[in-house]
Design a protein around this ligand. Structure first.
Ligand code: GRF
Length: 215
């Protein structure tokens, strides 16, 4: 069974969704540890309650980004993960860190990348007046919110939406597609081919999931 380490910074609902999928028997992975860069992250308590080893490494204790990244990598590598899952981890990672985990570092981003990289994605989607918004799971490369797309989910943007309602609609899909992406990894079905993700055993469009809300 594959070993995974989950990195969080706050609430940890994506982490919780992965734990729930594991507990339901639909995600055959060992969640070796949950690590936060913020001591007060709510998700640390959730992980502990689920019986998962939970650590924090406070980025504020490090003067340099590289020093924090080195300490984080040392902690992660102590758990020998096959995959490192960024689940609401709100730190930019150095190129060296990303290279060290090339092909085994995943992120979830609350937009349909390459639209709206960075922060405040829901507000920006509303400001731009897009009719479709969503979320993306991708392998991490040194460029922020960039890298080979594994799966995306789309949701409609309603006239009645504000940032809160739109974020909630997207978050429900995040929880769904992150478990799916990690499951594919655990099953050994993801392959990188010339910078694009291929999914073994299903047609090419099997990697794109459009939520029933827009079907
Ligand atoms: C999610 O929307 C994630 O996509 C973004 O930050 C949020 C974290 O939520 N990067 P949670 O901590 O998983 O609840």
């Amino acid at each position: 069974m594959k070993n995974i380490v989950i990195l969080i910074s706050g609430r940890g609902s994506n982490m919780e969704a992965l734990v729930a999928a594991r507990d339901a028997g639909t995600l055959p992975v060992n969640i070796a540890a949950v690590i936060s860069n913020r001591p007060a992250a709510q998700g640390l308590e959730t992980a502990e309650k689920a019986g998962i080893t939970a650590h924090y490494i406070d980025h504020k204790a490090f003067a340099e980004r590289d020093a924090f990244d080195a300490a984080l990598a040392e902690c992660i590598d102590g758990f020998a993960p096959d995959l490192v899952v960024l689940a609401g981890f709100m730190r930019i990672l150095s190129d060296g860190f990303v290279r060290h985990y090339a092909g085994r570092l995943m992120n979830i981003h609350p937009s349909l990348l390459p639209a709206f990289p960075g922060l405040h994605t829901h507000r920006r989607a509303l400001e731009e007046g897009v009719r479709i918004h969503g979320c993306t799971v991708h392998f991490v490369t040194p460029a922020l919110d960039h890298g080979p797309v594994i799966i995306q989910a789309a949701v409609p943007v309603l006239d009645s939406d504000d940032e809160v309602t739109l974020a909630a609609r997207v978050l429900r899909q995040e929880h769904r597609i992150y478990a799916q992406a990690v499951r594919w990894f655990a099953e050994g079905r993801l392959r990188l081919d010339d910078g694009r993700v291929r999914l073994a055993g299903e047609p090419a469009d099997g990697a794109v999931l459009v939520s029933p809300e827009v079907c």
